[in-house]
Design a protein. Structure first.
Length: 455
């Protein structure tokens, strides 16, 4: 299955100022496959050391001399390593976090050897073992679950992918293709973007076997909490994961996780889960300007799971009949739609930065909320998510009138369009702006469509 992140890895490999790369992402988002595929495509010999499966291999790095380390690896694996035609891959490095400090020596003494380290739940390990990171001598690469367009490609809809990838607002999309994409969107809400589950769906079309893989993955995360979480209670972490799915679309409330726990315990565990990419905090922003996180109320945040398929599995939606899927998604009060859109917005951000999400909520006086607020160049753009074809836009009108921005995005199940909005808010304040409507399945192309709008 093709991953868009492969292009970024190619650029890293070809860079004249290449540093050791630390590949970040939750378990089973495809990190190992991505590195193996890179070596295969670039015709490089892959030297792969799995430090979780074979923890004793960490002893090969006892020296601070890369040449000596390579000699140790050659002797252990009975191979010959040519740095000019190989990739050294340290997989599951969270099992041996002390090796992070060794990466600086490869940067300084052997920069011609491409070196990639990958790990899941790295923060669990780094909080437990206080090893210094080689700041300035490594680069980070962030991998998310598969996006909708990647899912389209993986499902064998190559022609449809080409159409959607090149679609312009002016050209629009035929109604029959729009309905086809909505059907695939409903499908992805259950399947999700975890590569192994997608591969199983493409191979068999068996939803029961996909659910089994999703449940196994959730269990794997719980096992990881026990293994790497140290003093953190695995039972509490599992409860938080379920509560995130139940609280989708709403301000996250600690007391809804477990009434017997204090808020400080839950906050600490949730922060760790977020750092480890198992969930995402959608932080509050004032929406006045950039950077979006400059003026924020830390008490207000929402939370998303890593993957919408895992949410559906936790909520029992995946067992619905195909004919019921659409109604189940619509009856979720917009929660699944917000999860889907947030997941796509994260996937659309650069792999070189840790993706962030923001939303706006009035913190005093009248109520009001905007599902997401993004930065596009120097512009602040609100994104309103609707699970159906229509819905109230009172909050959006108030936000645009109050902040004075000129462009807003509505994400729903309608075809793409652009219109001028000239209204008065419920308190009589005029609001004038351009509204870009994007079908939910194309939200990962939001930047392209914004560029096409004439303000």
């Amino acid at each position: 299955m093709f991953r868009f992140a492969s292009k970024e890895l190619d650029r890293w490999l070809e860079s004249h100022n290449r540093k050791p790369l630390v590949l970040r992402g939750a378990r089973q988002v495809g990190k190992t496959w991505l590195v193996r595929n890179l070596a295969k495509r670039q015709h490089l010999k892959l030297i792969e050391l799995n430090l979780e499966r074979f923890p004793g291999l960490a002893d090969l790095f006892s020296e601070n001399d890369p040449e000596e380390i390579l000699r140790n690896i050659e002797a252990e694996l009975d191979i010959t390593i040519d740095p000019a035609s190989a990739i050294l891959f340290l997989d599951e490095i969270q099992a041996a976090p002390e090796l992070f400090s060794k990466l600086r020596w490869f940067r300084e003494d052997m920069p011609h050897l491409p070196l990639i380290a990958a790990g899941s739940l790295l923060e669990f390990a780094l909080n437990k073992y206080q090893y210094s990171m080689p700041v300035g001598r490594i680069t980070y690469f962030h991998l998310e679950p598969m996006s909708f367009l990647e899912f389209i490609l993986a499902s064998g809809h190559d022609a449809l992918y080409k159409k959607l990838a090149a679609l312009s607002l002016e050209a629009g999309l035929p109604g029959s293709l729009h309905e086809k994409c909505l059907g695939l969107y409903h499908q992805l809400c259950l399947i999700g973007g975890m590569p192994e589950v997608v591969q199983e769906w493409v191979r068999t079309g068996n939803m029961k076997s996909c659910i089994k893989l999703q449940q196994d993955l959730l269990e794997t995360y719980r096992d990881d909490f026990h293994k790497y979480g140290g003093e953190f209670d695995a039972v509490l972490l599992a409860k938080i994961m379920l509560s995130i799915a139940e609280q989708l679309g709403n301000k996250f409330v600690y007391s809804r996780v477990d009434l017997s726990r204090n808020a400080a315990q839950i906050k600490k565990a949730l922060t760790l889960l977020s750092q480890a990419k198992v969930c995402t905090k959608v932080m509050h922003t004032s929406g006045n300007g950039i950077p979006l996180g400059a003026v924020s109320n830390e008490k207000f945040f929402k939370s998303l799971m890593l993957d919408i398929g895992l949410v559906s599995a936790q909520l029992g939606l995946s067992s619905a009949r195909a004919s019921e899927v659409k109604n189940r998604i619509l009856s979720n009060k917009g929660g699944l739609a917000e999860q889907f859109v947030g997941q796509q917005l994260r996937a659309a951000q650069s792999t070189l930065t840790d993706p962030k999400l923001f939303y706006w909520q009035r913190t005093g006086g009248r109520s009001g909320e905007i599902d997401y607020v993004i930065q596009h160049g120097s512009r602040v753009v609100p994104v309103e998510v609707k699970s159906g074809k229509a819905g109230s836009m009172k909050s959006l009108h108030h936000f645009m009138a109050e902040k004075g921005h000129d462009l807003a995005v509505r994400c729903d199940i309608n075809p793409p369009s652009v219109e001028d909005i000239n209204v008065k808010t419920t308190v009589g304040t005029p609001a004038s702006y351009r509204l870009l409507s994007i079908p939910v399945y194309l939200i990962e192309r939001i930047s392209d469509f914004i560029d096409q709008v004439q303000i």
